[in-house]
Design a protein around this ligand. Structure first.
Ligand SMILES: *[C@@H]1O[C@H](CO)[C@@H](O)[C@H](O)[C@H]1NC(C)=O
Ligand SMILES: *[C@@H]1O[C@H](CO)[C@@H](O)[C@H](O)[C@H]1NC(C)=O
Ligand SMILES: *[C@@H]1O[C@H](CO)[C@@H](O)[C@H](O)[C@H]1NC(C)=O
Ligand SMILES: *[C@@H]1O[C@H](CO)[C@@H](O)[C@H](O)[C@H]1NC(C)=O
Length: 317
């Protein structure tokens, strides 16, 4: 799966849950830094908005930005006794800060303990506990319009946190922590995922030496066309650990979905029936190999969510 991490993976933020301003997911490209092999994403932060490069880390808990170099007219600290602070969990509180007010310094400010996953921060030399900040954050939505999230919560960090990070990176985008954007909203609860599975009897196995497959599979359990279950032999969908057969492979190199022949037949029957129904009124045209059923593109109506064709659901678990 290492090859999946190419420059154009989409990072989706579930904007609809964050604010009512827009309902489309936000997206950004992932770029690989050549000299460090680190994945970097770009987002807009501060007021006025400034392009900021973040190291992307699926495993870290706190998203942070270097606040030694942070100028914004809108940033706010999170008061330790506020309801937001109690939802962020408890780390520590900066009761009194005697330096002039700045992103790093405020009285009664909630503190996080961020870290650098590449070169762990030596907390004896660099201030580990850092203020939580609330400030605008923006990314383009699926139509390319920059969409603002006014109350993005993240941690400040210091210049000392940047060791080992790709050139130009001034922060960390962490996806491993609680996805708390607003009080009471944990985005991870709304994420839907399916585990990747391995075939215990991969194709490099020998009669007396089973070898796990290097290919990944997903736990497909049924297929629906327009909400109706396709009548297929479900035994074929599960990996047969004794024979090494069956299962549903997930591939980034095969250009279209391939189905076992009996499943393909059952699927085609279900799709032909739904496509011919009055809702779609589609008639097949001369097929183009390798496909056996084709429709003229001109007969398919377009809607805001794509072409009006029967909906195919792949059902997991
Ligand atoms: C939090 O503490 C400050 C300072 O002690 C106080 O002025 C403020 O009213 C408190 N806010 C809440 C929500 O308790
Ligand atoms: C924090 O409060 C103290 C005492 O009220 C004050 O002297 C200091 O300037 C304040 N610090 C900030 C950063 O506002
Ligand atoms: C379903 O597929 C399995 C595995 O190939 C086979 O053993 C079984 O007989 C099939 N069942 C039906 C009803 O065709
Ligand atoms: C369905 O399509 C056929 C031609 O493909 C057309 O003659 C017919 O009027 C269409 N029916 C409806 C209900 O749109």
């Amino acid at each position: 799966m290492a090859k999946l991490a190419v420059p154009l993976l989409l990072l989706l933020f579930f904007q609809s849950l964050i604010s009512s301003q827009a309902s489309l997911p936000l997206q950004t490209t992932i770029q690989k830094d050549r000299s460090t092999s680190q994945y970097v994403i770009t987002a807009h932060l501060q007021t006025p908005l400034k392009l900021t490069n973040f190291l992307l880390d699926l495993g870290s808990t706190y998203t942070w930005v270097n606040c030694d170099d942070y100028t914004s007219s809108t940033y706010q600290h999170v008061p330790c006794n506020s309801s937001i602070a109690s939802l962020l969990g408890h780390y520590a509180c900066l009761d009194l800060c005697n330096s002039p007010p700045s992103p790093n310094c405020g009285n009664n400010s909630f503190l996080f303990l961020p870290d650098n996953p590449i070169k762990p921060v030596d907390y004896r030399k660099v201030n580990g506990l850092n203020t939580a900040l609330i400030d605008p954050f923006a990314l383009p939505n699926a139509q390319g319009y920059l969409t603002l999230i006014n109350n993005f919560i993240f941690s400040c960090a210091r210049t000392g946190f940047l060791k080992g990070l790709a050139k130009g990176v001034t922060g960390l985008a962490a996806l491993g922590g609680p996805y708390n954007f607003l009080p009471g909203i944990d985005l991870s609860k709304s994420l839907v995922y399916t585990p990747l599975l391995l075939n215990p009897l991969g194709k490099d196995s020998e009669p007396d030496k089973p070898l796990l497959s290097s290919e990944y599979h997903i736990g497909l359990t049924s297929i629906k066309v327009n909400g109706k279950m396709v009548a297929l032999n479900k035994t074929l969908l599960a990996i047969d650990g004794e024979k090494g057969s069956g299962g549903t492979k997930i591939s980034t190199v095969v250009p279209y979905t391939k189905l076992q022949s009996s499943i393909y037949k059952a699927f085609i029957l279900a799709f032909l029936k739904e496509a011919a129904s009055p809702a779609f009124n589609l008639t097949t045209t001369k097929p183009v190999k390798p496909f056996s059923v084709c429709y003229p593109a001109s007969a398919v109506k377009n809607t805001q969510v794509g072409p009006a064709v029967p909906i195919i659901d792949l059902v997991f678990g």
